[in-house]
Design a protein around this ligand. Structure first.
Ligand code: NAI
Length: 330
């Protein structure tokens, strides 16, 4: 089976090649998949894609015309795939529902700990021979109230970590998780999350119901100086509104691993180019904002699991074992 791997980086090639066998012929392309690059898919039965590939109607029609039968997402999220068009054109879509919830939950914690103890600023100061502490005052996480939105695999793992630090955790999810309830964590309304949390961490998928869940209305209800962490999807946050809230101090700390318009920025070295995104540029001017470029998933353990599950999905497709695949339907 011939597989075209799009948005491929050296680490994708390394980890996917380790799991491949002779039945699977992998070709690696650095190009992001969109309607223009879809021409590459001619002669391939499978395209393997990532979070910022553009799998909208136009691209999928092009893939179908080229004979592609399977879109194998090597990630959990699939908000960038037009599932209805895929179904209409007879293309199956699969994903990796779980690889390492720890990778992303621990990254959320890394963002939080860096922000609350100003590690990013301290690192630069010490390198400049500046050992002053002014402006680096932190706060204890111990006994702080943490609001977790979305308690699936990653959110539940984050809940456990924060409990381990002695925080009081409350959660919101339309489908409460019994494992989380068993930890003694209380499910509450969103209003209560906004009103009571010292720290809010987003772990829900991007859906019409969750797009801009952080907006002027929800921000207005939050505690002054709240810490907000988003490792889920950028469009959960209305970035323009968040800039206003950073200016007034309502948002005291902002840790982002994802950004609404990240598709044009992340995963590439753009250091020789002028930054065109003014909103992103403004975000970076705040000392209490920390941004990483969608690297929550980027651990050795997660890459191994992603490769194994992705190629397992493709093997099952080749063997017509559709019930063993992690298929996604609309
Ligand atoms: P999951 O499917 O296990 O959990 C998602 C949870 O969100 C479910 O419990 C669901 O009931 C809940 N949910 C659905 N609608 C909601 C709403 N309106 N409000 C609150 N909660 C709602 O997913 P998992 O594996 O925990 O991943 C969560 C998200 O993390 C993914 O959707 C993806 O966007 C993001 N992610 C980010 C990565 C990164 O590298 N930064 C890597 C992997 C995932």
């Amino acid at each position: 089976m011939k597989i075209a791997v799009f948005s491929s980086k050296p680490y994708d090639e390394e980890y996917l090649s380790q799991c491949a066998d002779n039945d699977l012929e992998l070709r690696f392309y650095e190009h992001k998949l969109d309607h223009k690059t879809a021409v590459i898919s001619k002669g391939f039965e499978v395209v393997c894609c990532f979070v910022n590939d553009d799998l909208s109607e136009r691209t999928i029609n092009e893939l179908a015309d080229n004979g592609v039968k399977l879109i194998a997402m090597r990630c959990a999220g699939y908000n960038n795939v037009d599932l209805e068009t895929a179904e209409k054109r007879g293309i199956k879509v699969c994903r990796v529902p779980e690889y390492s919830p720890h990778a992303i939950a621990e990254h959320a914690l890394a963002l939080l700990l860096t922000l609350n103890r100003n590690i990013h600023r301290a690192y630069n100061r010490v390198r400049e021979n500046d050992y002053s502490l002014n402006g680096l005052l932190g706060f204890d996480l111990y006994q702080k109230k943490v609001g977790v939105i979305g308690t699936g695999k990653i959110g539940a793992t984050f809940c456990k970590i924060m409990q381990g630090l002695g925080c009081e955790v409350i959660a919101y999810d339309p489908h409460p998780n019994n494992d989380v309830k068993d930890l003694g964590i209380q499910y509450v309304s969103l209003e209560k999350i906004w009103a009571e949390s010292d720290i809010i961490s987003l772990h829900c998928p991007l859906l019409p119901a969750t797009r801009h869940i952080i907006n002027s209305n929800s921000i207005y209800q939050m505690k002054q100086g709240v810490a907000l962490i988003n490792t889920s999807r950028g469009a959960l946050i209305d970035t323009r509104e968040i800039i206003g809230a950073l200016k007034t101090g309502r948002i005291g700390y902002l840790g982002l691993d994802v950004y609404e318009e990240e598709a044009n920025l992340f995963f590439e070295d753009k250091s020789n180019l002028l930054l065109q995104d003014d909103i992103f540029a403004r975000l970076q001017t705040f000392p209490n904002v920390l941004i990483t470029g969608h690297q929550g998933f980027f651990t050795k353990e997660a890459l191994s699991a992603i490769s194994a599950v992705t190629l397992g999905n493709i093997r099952n497709f080749a063997d017509d074992n559709l019930d063993k695949m992690h298929l996604v339907t609309s």
